[in-house]
Design a protein around this ligand. Structure first.
Ligand code: MEV
Length: 296
């Protein structure tokens, strides 16, 4: 009975989470490690057999991620692409939570279900990373890995190391700065500074230990240090700096921009009793609080 249902399964659903970069952005593009955590907000993809290829994805800012995924998947696994794809999202693509990588991974997972193909997480990562590289030409793949492996991971460029970390319930506040940044442009324009990248690597290695120990005080200090180095790299903005500064003054253990910089969002590590104060401090300087639970 189950097998028959499976064979007649013409419509399937899959999903993948958004992410937050905790430590190590930019350096990770150049062969260094980073730490990224998945959030509870997800993108959902529904795929059904159809008489032609069609995509209905109003929340996806760039349909090429879905189209390229279907193209590479059908070439690799020798399946046709006569399907209708619909997407739904818990979060707006403007926040920099990784909607492109999440929709790419969710599409691969849905296609695997539809065609009953079993592939490993590493295979999903490799295919997803290929899609992202084909379209963006640039990027470490940390966001794809986060969408595939979920939880909190230690990641080295192009998936050379993908190590799930045993970290639970990181108490984060997320503030959106109000401007959308182009990750591709910022990454392309950045002048690599190996001295700064080495310092960032040290922070990532220390944060790997402090997060596993739930040592939020130490992790917060490391966030402040990481933010300073990102300022030196020239990727922060006055608004992001201000939001981080007021978060710390209001009692956060630490704060930093999260992602490419140039806009998008910042994160603050905050003990639960101080969350309200930190959130109002961020709002008072013009930030918008994004409500997502991390560590799913
Ligand atoms: C962007 O969210 C993070 C960067 O490190 C780029 C990447 O790793 O692909 C700046």
């Amino acid at each position: 009975m189950t097998i028959q249902n499976n064979k007649n399964m013409n419509k399937v659903k899959a999903s993948a989470p958004g992410k937050l970069m905790l430590f190590g952005e930019h350096a990770v593009v150049y062969g260094y490690p980073c730490i990224v955590t998945a959030v509870s907000s997800r993108i959902y993809v529904e795929v059904e057999k159809n008489n032609e290829f069609k995509v209905d994805a109003p929340q996806v800012k760039d349909l090429r991620f879905v189209e390229e995924t279907v193209k590479l998947f059908s070439e690799k696994y020798q399946v046709d692409n006569k399907i209708l794809i619909k997407t739904y999202s818990d979060f707006s693509s403007k926040f920099g939570l990784g909607s492109s990588s999440a929709v790419t991974v969710a599409t691969i997972k849905a296609l695997c279900k539809l065609y009953e193909i079993e592939i490993s997480k590493k295979d999903v990562f490799d295919l997803g990373y290929k899609v992202i590289r084909t379209i963006q030409k640039i990027g470490s793949g940390f966001d794809v890995a986060s969408a595939v492996y979920e939880g909190t991971i230690y990641f080295v460029t192009a998936g050379k190391i993908i190590e799930p970390l045993s970290v639970k319930n990181i108490p984060l506040v997320i503030g959106y700065s109000g401007t959308k940044a182009s990750t591709t442009k910022i990454v392309k324009d950045l002048k690599p500074d190996l001295k700064i990248f080495d310092e960032i690597k040290q922070i990532v290695e220390e944060a790997k230990m402090s997060l596993v120990k739930s040592d939020w005080k130490k992790s917060g200090e490391l966030m402040n240090q990481n933010h300073k180095l990102l300022q030196e790299l020239g990727v922060s903005t006055e608004k992001l700096d201000r939001m981080c500064q007021v978060a710390v003054s209001a009692g956060a253990y630490g704060a930093k921009l999260s992602g490419a910089g140039g806009g998008d969002s910042m994160i603050a590590l905050v003990s639960p009793d101080k969350i309200k104060m930190v959130e109002s401090a961020i709002v008072n300087v013009g930030g918008e609080i994004i409500k997502v639970k991390n560590n799913i």
